[in-house]
Design a protein around this ligand. Structure first.
Ligand code: GTP
Ligand code: SPV
Ligand code: MN
Length: 592
């Protein structure tokens, strides 16, 4: 039974039915009965495994195809009218050609299968920030993940009413054929088509495809921003909460920072950190002239390896109930899950992420895929913010950009003003990770951590950032910072302890925003005096001298960096915002 009378929705679904020819159609309504029956069906076919319900209630395990474990950037396309609309950093396909190609692949692909219709809201239902999508899929795994990651059901359709402002999302598993895998976005049509994958970011179409690629385009048109950012609140002993948005590339620490546990000294004083979001922020100006952010998601699709009691207690706690694990180790003795970095006690009678027998004490191979993930409801998180459901969002005090850089980028620095901050974000670079297919550890430019996620020309996106700033009272505009938790010494060890200790850097950032601490002016921006970063309690991990060494600005290395930036900017030719070329000139001058 259709859950709506919205004609644009019903007509579109009819058209898609004719294309993919399912045996039946099921509307997803977010009822417990339906969720249970879908889980049972997925277990009966082997698509999912029910885990130990005493230890992990309502938790399930899924393994994707071995060739389908990460986002595929080289097969992701922005199908805008012209190549220039997509810009030099995106793959582009002519929309007509793309439709023809993808309809050809999708045709008849639901034969013998069920079409699930998932009406979902990105953002709390009814919030002025929120937007509706409808995803059609032939995968129960996708349905169950979307039920965690988004708000699903009839109230979404009631909120939509008869509007046709919603995103059309078609997912077809097909044969998981890598050669025919395409993730295509049609920003002008509010549409997404994904074929031949069953992995996270390629198929949970509310996430990167809608909430970043399509939404960034919508935000440009409508005067708001969709960013690859975590949102956290730092509560100080006086009970004041400062909200910070942070953009780091995939697998560079957003989930960890968003849920961090304050170091003991801070905790005792009364500091707390509250998580509003761990991956995506939608941002608009509020009535008081400040910028406000919501997290459009309803769950976490987090990296499993490295997550443990100590590194991210809150994320681990979030996975104890109602969670779907993807591509981790299955411990057959306890019917639970394991991954590298969980503890020092790998299971010996286990199945690895590929589905092969695995003995953690004997095998030289990793048991979990490096990009294995957990999908957990946000409400599970012990430090979820009381503002998580606030339809008006939270006011932003600071933006932080950051990447994984073994050398060069200091622990933290502050931009001189908004436009310089946009420049700092635009020239971000980071080592690649397992979150996308391809080589790992290669430094590449990843502006605002949006390289794989910007749905239009990156130069126009930068101009949009500059325009947003121009519309803000400088007193109310968030200050912009850059951080790097990943500096390494000559032996390849991380210099900075990271994780919970990153609060020490957030502390400095907030002090700068409140005007409570001085800074050193350098060619790249303001840096802390080493004495102003609190290292009380971690002196055995980092002393003031090693701290100084990651608060340096090596002019020669920065000159080389500036040359790389210049080359990168040339790719955008005359579409590059003047404000950014003039920031580059300033940098070069400062480095003379
Ligand atoms: P996506 O979900 O792909 O967008 O990733 P993310 O940005 O949320 O990254 P996440 O927090 O899951 O961290 C990814 C990896 O970075 C994990 O293996 C973490 O252990 C590691 N990591 C996170 N924070 C730190 C840190 O402060 N220092 C170090 N050395 N590693 C960190
Ligand atoms: C990322 O890669 O940035 C993720 C995971 O958050 S995915 O949903 O696959 O995009
Ligand atoms: Mn991400």
């Amino acid at each position: 039974m259709a859950l709506t009378t919205n004609k644009s929705v019903l007509d579109w679904i009819e058209d898609q039915k004719k294309l993919v020819t399912p045996d039946r159609v099921v509307w997803i309504d977010d009822s417990d009965e339906q969720r249970e029956s879908l889980r049972a069906e997925a277990c009966s076919t082997g698509e999912m495994t029910k885990l130990n319900q005493d230890l992990l209630p309502d938790c399930y395990l899924h393994r994707t195809a071995v060739n389908d474990v990460a986002r595929v950037e080289h097969r992701t396309f922005i199908c805008a009218p012209t190549k220039d609309d997509a810009g030099p950093t995106n793959n582009w396909m002519d929309p007509d050609e793309a439709y023809k190609l993808l309809y050809g692949i999708a045709k008849g692909s639901y034969k013998g299968r069920t079409m699930y219709v998932i009406p979902y809201s990105m953002g709390p239902v009814g919030s002025p920030f929120s937007k509706v999508g409808i995803e059609l899929t032939d995968s129960i795994y996708v349905v169950l993940n979307m039920l965690i990651m988004t708000r699903v059901g009839k109230d979404v359709l009631d909120f939509l009413g008869d509007s046709d402002d919603w995103v059309r999302c078609l997912h077809c598993k097909c044969d998981i054929d890598e050669e025919k895998r395409y993730i295509c976005h049609f920003p002008q049509d509010n549409a997404i088509i994904s074929v031949n994958s069953g992995y996270g970011g390629n198929v949970l179409l509310g996430k990167k495809c809608f909430a970043l690629r399509i939404a960034s385009y919508q935000g440009h048109k409508e005067g708001w921003q969709a960013e690859h950012m975590l949102i956290l609140g730092v509560e100080n002993p006086q009970g004041e909460i400062h909200y910070i948005c942070g953009a780091f590339p995939s697998a560079c620490g957003k989930t960890n920072l968003a849920m961090l546990i304050p170091p003991e000294g801070y905790y005792k004083k009364g500091y707390r950190v509250w998580c509003v979001g761990d991956d995506i922020a939608w941002i608009r100006k509020g009535a008081d002239g400040r910028l406000y952010a919501i997290n459009p998601e309803n769950g976490f699709f987090g990296v499993a390896p490295g997550t443990n009691e100590k590194s991210n207690y809150n994320a681990l706690a979030s996975t104890k109930q109602g969670t779907i694990f993807t591509n981790v180790v299955h411990d057959l003795d306890s019917n639970t899950v394991w991954w590298e970095g969980l503890d020092d006690n790998p299971p010996v009678n286990a199945v690895d992420w590929k589905g092969n027998p695995w003995n953690g004490k004997e095998s030289n191979e990793k048991g979990a895929n490096p990009n294995s993930r957990f999908t957990s409801p946000a409400v599970n998180c012990p430090c979820i913010s009381s503002e998580f459901e606030n339809p008006q969002g939270v006011p932003i005090t600071a933006f932080i950009f950051g990447g994984r850089r073994a050398k060069l980028a200091p622990l933290v620095y502050e931009s001189r003003d908004w436009n310089h901050g946009v420049f700092v974000g635009a020239v971000m670079a980071s080592e690649t990770t397992a979150a996308a297919s391809g080589a790992v550890g290669i430094v590449r430019r990843d502006p605002m951590a949006m390289l794989p996620f910007c749905g239009y020309n990156m130069a126009d996106y930068w101009q949009h950032w500059i325009d947003i700033g121009a519309g803000l009272d400088p007193e109310k505009a968030p200050k912009v910072f850059n951080v790097n938790w990943f500096r390494k010494d000559d032996d390849g060890n991380f210099c900075w302890p990271g994780f919970g200790d990153n609060l020490r850097v957030l502390d400095w950032i907030i002090s700068r925003c409140s005007g409570d601490v001085e800074a050193v002016e350098t060619p790249i921006g303001y840096l802390p005096y080493a004495e102003d970063i609190n290292i009380e309690g971690i002196e055995d991990e980092i002393n003031i001298e090693s701290l100084r060494s990651i608060l340096d600005v090596d002019k020669q290395l920065w000159r080389e960096e500036a040359a790389g930036i210049s080359e990168f900017f040339e790719g955008f030719s005359d579409r590059l915002p003047k404000a950014l070329s003039s920031e580059l000139e300033k940098l070069n001058k400062n480095l003379e």
